[in-house]
Design a binder for this molecule. Sequence first.
Ligand code: ADP
Ligand code: MG
Length: 679
Amino acid sequence: MASLYKVKIEQLNGVGKKRAELFNKLGVYSVGDLLEFYPRSYEDWTESANLLQADHGDTVCVKGQVVSAVNTGFTKTGKYISKLEVFDGENTIELVFFNNRYISSMLKYGETYSFYGKISRTLNGIQMISPEFSQNDSNNIHPIYNLTAGLTNRIVSKAVKQAMAMLPEKINDPIPKDVREKFDLCDLKFALENIHFPKDTNALEIAKKRLVIEELLVLNLGLRQLKTVKRENNANIVKKDYSKEFESSLPFSLTDAQKRVISECVNDVMNMEITLNRLVQGDVGSGKTAVAASLAYTVIKNGMQVAFMAPTELLAEQHYKTFKDLYKNTDINVSLLTGSLKQSEKNSVRSAVENGEAHIVVGTHALITEDTHFSNLGLVVTDEQHRFGVAQRGKLLSKGNNPHLLVMSATPIPRTLGLIIYGDLDISIIDQLPPGRRKIDTLLIDDKKRQRALGFIRQEVEKGRQAYIVCPLVEEGETELASAEEYAAELMLNYFQDIPVGILHGKMKAQDKERVMKQFSDNELKILVATVVIEVGIDVPNATVMMIENAERFGLSQLHQLRGRVGRGKEKSYCILVSNYSFGPSYERLKTMCTTNDGFKIADADLKLRGPGDFFGSRQHGLPQLNISSFADTKSLELSQKIADYVMEHSHYLLDDEYRGLKSKISRLFVNTGNNTLN
Ligand code: ADP
Ligand code: MG
């Protein structure tokens, strides 16, 4: 198997230079890559459809005999067309193919085939246009691959078939036999055969399970190895804990959860053996900033500097203000370093950072990558939004001074998933909100009540408040810009003629986005109409209404994030979900939003309803590209964790020979991330 990564895809019959380039586009360079290019979904050709009941537009399978000759000719527009009739035992259907001169040699009179395609009901009877077909196919479940223009599913399937034939009789399985037996996993060969060309649904499930587990295991073990990178020198050790001193400078008392998390962090930075690598998870408003500020205070009092990174300039400015405020009773110097400062200002901040006068510097990511030199950087605090990719982590660690790292996340993640996604970090959870928080009232309405909702928004604005409105999602063929602008224009014309409304959408330049966000946070704009780009973490306490159109199209966690933009001030806040669904799973999801404000409960429900795909897919977790894990469920997440524990117990650094295959998988997964701490 390993050697097939060295065989270029061009080696396959029917794959020339041009097609190879198309495969490359899909991330497939070698025969080995192709074997790991798993289908996106499957078509089940097991059941032949009842043609009389099939509707126009249905995609169905028909098993039938060719009962006519193949008629060929040209359409008015000059396309080559082939037509033939097929009888399924009860009804006759006409098949139509375009621009394929080989149909008459592929489909023979009197023979029986399975056809799979869309039903079209015309005046002349039932037709199927360009169906896929196969004969005497013992495999009834057909793979559907991700494609790119120029590559058809047939071409990819054929290439995979060839690749499969190149597999040696015995292949080295990265999961050792004893592990497979203990945890009831099939071997690699069976898994590959049945993920591409399943014998039946049962075999497909077994194959899928095995491959999902393997990928999660590889990810999990790789991340664990990152975590166990030991501190190499005694840099950045904190000798004295100043968190009590900091606490007494605050205008409020910390919650028990905040105190607990602070002490978990302080323990790490005072530990001779390790570097702090910790994720602080806490729902919106749980007071993560105060926790970071406390740790930073201790680190600074021990003579080191802190870098605080925010995803956007606007958020950096906001955090800068927050830190200035939190440290106002202390002797700590807070600096801001962003791209939009004047060159002279940047220079003076940089020199303050370099000579150590600046104790904590808040800025964007550029802060640590650009030529900013710290006199003694001891701690980096970063937002999950741009949590270091595994690659960047390596860079940071190799900056020489090996600073502590604290990652803050407002996205509650179910425990099973967190253990995997954040396998390289220790996790602390702030599971308590500061006292006196008011629940955000969440309402689910349909189209008919939209007008009333907009009237309510007007009332709030007239009381001096602000509101967010999340646009309907883009329809097919429409650009995001057009739809956002059209929607906003309609609101302004019909409802908010006299109210300043701003628009924010994904196609805007970063600079324009920031300008609009700033106008909103300066209360110049009263209503912000946005596609989903509303920056996570944006803090406008005066905003009290969040209205979300097409709410059914969002995941629960996303809705929870959006809702977290309101309820940040003293005033009562509201979240209005607009959706015309009145039953079914989408409706149930929205109902969950109305009944709980607890992010962890919502994340659990989301994982159950939608699987972990969203969590794995999102770039913000900084994970390497995964292949099949979006098919995982809670059970496979737990199982992979269990197996990883078992493997670590039996072969601590994967040193045993039987783990060689697994080790090289880990390197492969992390290889493009440029991280070399794994070997
Ligand atoms: P988040 O976890 O969303 O980042 P913040 O750190 O921004 O939350 O805190 C939200 C608000 O709560 C801030 O105004 C902060 O000053 C305040 N706050 C934080 N901790 C406490 C506390 N223990 N008691 C009262 N208010 C607090
Ligand atoms: Mg925050």
